[in-house]
Design a protein around this ligand. Sequence first.
Ligand code: ATP
Length: 803
Amino acid sequence: MPSRTEKRKLQTQQQRQHKQKQDAKSLKRKREQVSLEQLQDAVDQFDPKAADTTKFSNLPLSSPTASGIEASHFQAPTDIQARAIPVALKGRDILGAAKTGSGKTLAFLVPVLEKLYRARWTEYDGLGALIISPTRELAVQTFQVLAKIGRFHSFSAGLVIGGKSLKDEAERLGRMSILVCTPGRMLQHLDSTSGLQVDNLQILVLDEADRIMDMGFKSAVDALVEHLPKERQTLLFSATQSRKVSDLSRLSLKDPEYIAVHESAAASTPESLQQHYLVTPLASKLNTLYGFIKSNLKSKILVFFSSGKQVRFAFETMRHLRPGVPLYHLLGAQKQAQRLQITASYAASKHACLFATDVVARGVDFPSVDWVVQMDAPEDVDTYIHRVGRTARFNKDGKAVLFLDPSEEEAMLKRLESKKIPIKRVNVRENKKQSIDESVQNMVFKDPSLKYLASKAFISYVRSVHLQRDKEVFNLKNLDLEAYAASLGLPGAPIIHFKKGEDVKKLKNMPRAALSDSDSEFDPEKKKRKTRTKVDKMFERTNQDVLTDHYTKLIGDDNKDKAAEDSEDDFLAVKRVIKGDDLDTAADDQATLPSGAKIISGLGGEESFIVDSKRREKMLKSKKQMLKFKGKGDHVVFDDEGTAHHPYRIQGEEDFKRDGSAEAQRRKFVEDEAARVKEADVGDKALVKEKRREKKEKRKAREALESGLESAAAMPRLEVLEGGEDPLAFLASLPVAGGAYSDAEGEEHEERPRKKAKKWFEDDSADEKKTKGKKGKAKVIEITEEPDTLEDYEALATGLLDD
Ligand SMILES: Nc1ncnc2c1ncn2[C@@H]1O[C@H](COP(=O)(O)OP(=O)(O)OP(=O)(O)O)[C@@H](O)[C@H]1O
């Protein structure tokens, strides 16, 4: 048993140690404050026009950003970085235009990190920076670069691109300081996620700005910007930037600086890119492509098509023909995880061929692509520039070839010349020409699903040509469609019905969810509709006359019922509905049911279902699932005995009618309820905001107290309490206690628990931790496992950037 003196000694020693810790903390904070002030001075005094910006070290950057850049092995800024970063650091709005592959990503990510760092941004301050990308692939890539160069910062960053439930994403958004997103998904969150606070947003970035401001995204972007505060910095970047005044006002840009690094140069494509075109009739394109791939087996090739159906058909046929190089295909309709996996595999390949739609035409940075092939002419020159920009990136060499039908040649070349694109005509060598016509015909003849794909590819190609606005280049009348159908192995050209007034860009950019039936998040009405089986969908198909024998057989009446019965999709299909009155007989029926089948009562016992599988049974027992069948319920009022009646029964018919028709009353009721819900929603949001503010104030007060700040001026953003109290008086009431703090009411709280590190990355070695831990901020995190899923990347950012 330690004696009393020993105990006292131990206590004093502990107190001394605690004080030392507090002093060290406060010293660290003071040092940080001083270096932040120095950084701000350096930025204020920096003159972007006069300064030498050829090295990152010459720029007034914080040490976490500088270390992130260095650790990512970026030595000197590229032209666009050297010109845009200094201006953006000064807080100016920017319209940045630079060739593909010239490093625009870093040109906006560095200012984003710096802006938040200098504002001492924390997770309690809400969303600080929003980066919008037109495609999921590009958003993922931007997020990866952010995680790389931001690894020494303590911000949390998130990726909002859909592909998982809105609720899962919403739960994490509230504590993010930086978000990289696609417009549609972000808008959904802004409309529905109450914890997401954007009122303080400091900086908005639009990557591939011309595309994002384009018609396809117009409504989503306009609605999204409505949610954001007008007082913010805005950066727009693209390889094909427009200076449209209407766009600038849509985004409330203030006196933006236009930075275009290729304005004086001859072309808007990289100089290291060799560009060619090849005149090949539409019907020979597949042959030409096969010959091209066979002659470039030791290359990395990216082939663009105008539609996903063509991608699939070309991929399937080439796969059967085994040209001798790994083949991949990528299109918007694929599942998110699959898209990410294909992108990663192709990026990692040395020699491979990827068939893709324009989903990867912009911004995606596949390393070392040797050839970009355009099977179908691009819709405009901007699309051409972005497609060919997937090669010859960052001063590397690259080659591109555009396949043109003779009818497209003249007009397309005129378009390219107008933007000074240096392109040369080439021909296929006679000895390299190959014909796969017969093989394709055989394959399509033997395989009904391939025949179906061929007809779909034909239809989507013809439709895409029909939808193009540039009729000088794209004219169906000039194309030999019969020959094209034959080249796809079809016995004749399918008949196609066109809808009037469709807009190709709108269709292209429409979120997949809005086009497909699989993801109903975009259209809640869809959820309510009857479940559609594969067979239902097949019957709804347009252009059915192009179906193969296999399919036409299926749509015969006899098979229709059988197919519907066999469908796997409609697991909630009601085999037979038995009304409540018939339940007794139904119970008798139980004995006569097929083995394994039984009768289950629906909710409320009014309807019953005969089920013949465990899965069906489980679903039928789920209250949530059964709510679908329950209807909306009626409006009832209760009499003195507590019995429910329809309102007019208890009111008397005359009284009831006095309040208007039943329909008018119903509408009024719905409107009132909707208004009530909306009001409650505003209240909820305000409450969340208020709680956040309180939390933030408490934390800041606690920090200030710990660091022993003497003056109120040193307290960032501390507001005067209601009733005009002096904030310092409030501070003075707080006890100087380590490990605990008390709130305004004087209630004691435990110190906020620290977050656990995410499981697949760990701090640097224990030794390093010890030494660096003493120095303070230098937190180095090593990624022990390469992240590969979206969740991994998000968790990585949260973990990497968390304090
Ligand atoms: N300062 C730098 N030093 C070395 N490499 C760099 C530098 N900045 C960027 N890069 C590299 O250059 C490549 C292209 O960069 P980035 O993707 O940002 O180009 P981009 O201009 O956005 O292209 P696009 O217009 O196609 O979107 C990337 O691989 C990137 O890692």
